[in-house]
Write a protein that binds this ligand. Structure first.
Ligand code: SF4
Length: 362
């Protein structure tokens, strides 16, 4: 099967759902890591086909949602400077910081621009040699190669008026943190196919063994998701805990080695705070010392930012699968996509946004 339509065939979807219903004999809690998977489950109404024994909980795989508040506030401070052209993907503009968001900076006259490819930033930097161009480099392993290439090319081309505010995060330490938590309920994972396209799935094998959980790599179409779920349920019912690949048309065990090598040349692992969750050891990437000149945190004085999180938002619990969005008292009332209190209501991959958009009646 090569085309999207073939992964949305109703007969195949119902056949897989039926197989899941026949396989399940007891309750299982399964987490889809990625917000893209959450949205796909809800967009296609797949949850309604599943037996009541299966509870899907939604993981922290939304880059916009987990970008720490401190970095949002730093982005706002940098973007407010008159010499700066601040470039970002669109979702980040509406994410609430402690007191404002990047849209407000733009409305107040700040030069905040939405880019669709990180490499656009270098063109902007060349066009404006007397300004400072800053890119907000967020995301998981999926976006890291492109952002690494951005810095690499900036150095190759001798572009000195460019820097990045880096907030990269990695999936395996997040899985470790979730499974190590005393409140954990997750018994199996659907791993994100796009992350594994870059990184492969060899990093997940010690986790499956250590925590005795099945981890199945899945894509984002209905058939992909249900195949991944079926393979997870089969493992759970059989008492197995292995890493399986249900997204073979894109993912190999080793992943994209040149992309991994580029990441390793430009970034190094670091501890990273995840918004609403807290510090997860070794869960981030920062620029290596040889690229320190491209680090916006070195170039601008933003070290003493004091953050203030919303007292209402429970997105940290949502991102760890411990609460559902509709269990938040603010859901759909004081928190909506038009007036979000938390990043999970803003992002196109956020769980709160998915519940609002597709399951508003819950
Ligand atoms: S509904 Fe809004 S306030 Fe509640 S967890 Fe989601 S983003 Fe936070």
């Amino acid at each position: 099967m090569k085309y999207v339509a073939e992964f949305r065939q109703p007969e195949l979807i119902h056949k897989l759902a039926g197989e899941i219903r026949r396989t399940v004999t007891k309750p299982w809690t399964i987490m889809e890591i990625c917000g893209g998977q959450t949205h796909a489950f809800m967009r296609f109404g797949l949850e309604s086909l599943l037996p009541p024994e299966i509870e899907l909980v939604h993981g922290p795989g939304c880059p916009v949602c987990v970008t720490p508040l401190e970095l949002i506030d730093k982005a706002i401070a940098i973007a407010s400077r008159p010499e700066v052209i601040f470039c970002s993907f669109g979702d980040m503009l509406r994410v609430p910081g402690s007191h404002a968001d990047l849209f407000r900076v733009k409305a107040a006259g700040g030069d905040v621009r939405v880019v669709y490819s990180p490499l656009e930033c270098l063109k902007i930097a060349r066009q404006h040699p007397n300004r400072e161009v800053v890119f907000f480099a967020i995301g998981f392993e999926t976006t890291a190669p492109g952002n690494a290439m951005l810095v690499w090319q900036a150095r190759q081309q001798g572009i000195r008026n460019f820097s990045m505010l880096v907030s990269h995060v990695r999936v395996p330490p997040a899985i470790t943190a979730i499974l190590s938590s005393p409140g954990n309920r997750v018994q199996g994972f659907l791993a994100a196919g796009h992350v594994c396209t870059v990184m492969g799935y060899w990093e997940y094998e010690p986790l499956a063994e250590r925590f005795r959980v099945p981890i199945v790599v899945t894509g984002f179409e209905p058939v992909d998701l249900l195949q991944g779920l079926l393979r997870t349920v089969r493992q759970l019912e059989a008492g197995r805990h292995e890493v399986e690949n249900a997204y073979e048309r894109s993912v190999t065990r080793e992943g994209n080695r040149p992309a991994q090598e580029l990441i390793a040349r430009v970034f190094e692992p670091c501890d990273r705070t995840w918004r609403g969750i807290g510090l997860i050891p070794d869960s981030g990437w920062r620029l290596r010392p040889e690229f320190a000149a491209f680090d916006a945190e070195n170039r601008f004085p933003v070290g003493d930012i004091q953050t203030q999180e919303s007292s209402v938002c429970i997105s940290g619990l949502v991102l760890q699968g411990r609460k559902k969005p509709h269990e938040c008292p603010a859901f759909g009332t004081s928190c909506t996509p038009a007036h979000p209190l938390g990043a999970t209501m803003v992002s196109s991959e956020g769980a709160c946004a998915a519940y609002y958009r597709y399951r508003r009646s819950l």
